[in-house]
Design a binder for this molecule. Structure first.
Ligand code: HEM
Length: 138
């Protein structure tokens, strides 16, 4: 029962991660660009993905799945914190007119690469959760 719930949460986490890329594109195409352009991306990234990571980790621990899988399940939370740090550091390198600098942009671009890492981890958690939820009883 708990393992099925864990699997369901892993599905939601993977779906929220895929949607995060979709919301990033919506923000990028929005015209004019303003504070609201990335509002859905910000909300999904700051609240939905972290909450699902925490909730899924708690359920994984209660369901007593292998420790490695429990540890993997909290990794998206850590990577989201890194996502925010990349933006903070990248913008901290803005010039005096608050425009981006080449070094700042080089760091800000890592946000997309780290996003791929979130997707990869969410995919692995999904695969692991599916395995423990539907493994034949031994
Ligand atoms: C799983 C993947 C991703 C996660 C978890 C994620 C997470 C986040 C979070 C939490 C924020 C809010 C930061 C803050 O308000 O301080 C943010 C902002 C942003 N993200 Fe992502 N992101 C992901 C992928 C991407 C991708 C692929 C792109 C673009 C190629 C992108 C572009 C942006 C931009 C431009 C902002 C700043 C928006 C603003 O100014 O409010 N993100 N992201």
């Amino acid at each position: 029962m708990m393992r099925k719930l864990y699997f369901a949460l892993s599905v939601l986490m993977l779906a929220a991660t895929v949607l995060q890329f979709y919301f990033a594109a919506i923000g990028a195409f929005d015209k004019p660009q303003d504070d609201k352009s990335f509002a859905i991306h910000d909300a999904n990234g700051m609240m939905v993905i972290p909450l699902l990571s925490i909730l899924a980790t708690i359920v994984a621990a209660i369901a007593r799945v292998p420790g490695r899988l429990i540890a993997f399940t909290i990794v998206p939370l850590g990577l989201v914190i890194l996502q925010v740090l990349i933006i903070v550091v990248g913008h901290a390198l803005n010039d005096s007119a608050d425009n981006t600098t080449p070094v700042g942009l080089a760091i800000l671009g890592l946000h997309a690469i780290n996003g791929l890492a979130v997707g990869a981890v969410a995919g692995r958690v999904f695969a692991g959760a599916r395995k423990v939820a539907f493994a034949p009883a031994s």
